[in-house]
Ligand binder design. Structure first.
Ligand code: 5GP
Ligand code: ZN
Length: 117
């Protein structure tokens, strides 16, 4: 854990958040500033800065995150309607919080893919 990291503090329940799902490896909670009716952040329960920091040792957390999406989708009610998962990595992607996280967006038709030239 990184003592200066806000998402570590959320996973540790040192600061409040709306957690919708958690297990040994994964914590999922509502984004503070949602951009869709359903906007969940899914994070590993250890401090991994971003996708560039994934190693053989910590990759098990990502496996569990992949498996958690279909559990979370049922909890937040988007399993039938679908959702988009976005992971910002580094400066050009505009990653603000330096703890690996996946945005899970749904609850409406999200329209075009968010890829610009
Ligand atoms: P990024 O731009 O790093 O991919 O996304 C960071 C996300 O974290 C943003 O959508 C922002 O609203 C969310 N966020 C930042 N601080 C907090 C917080 O303290 N609590 C919660 N629930 N979300 C946060
Ligand atoms: Zn962290």
């Amino acid at each position: 854990m990184d003592e200066n990291c806000i998402f570590c503090k959320i996973a540790n329940k040192e600061i409040p958040s709306n957690i919708v799902y958690e297990d040994e490896y994964v914590c999922a909670f509502k984004d503070l500033n949602p951009v869709a009716p359903v906007h969940i952040l899914v994070i590993p329960k250890i401090h991994i800065q971003d996708l560039e920091s994934v190693t053989d040792e910590n990759a098990v957390y990502l496996t569990h995150i992949q498996q958690a999406f279909s559990k979370i989708s049922k909890i937040v009610g988007v399993d039938k309607t679908g959702y988009r998962v976005i992971c910002n990595c580094g400066e050009d992607a505009g990653q603000e919080v330096k703890h690996l996280h996946y945005h899970m967006l749904g609850g409406k038709n999200l329209g075009l893919k968010i890829i610009h030239d």
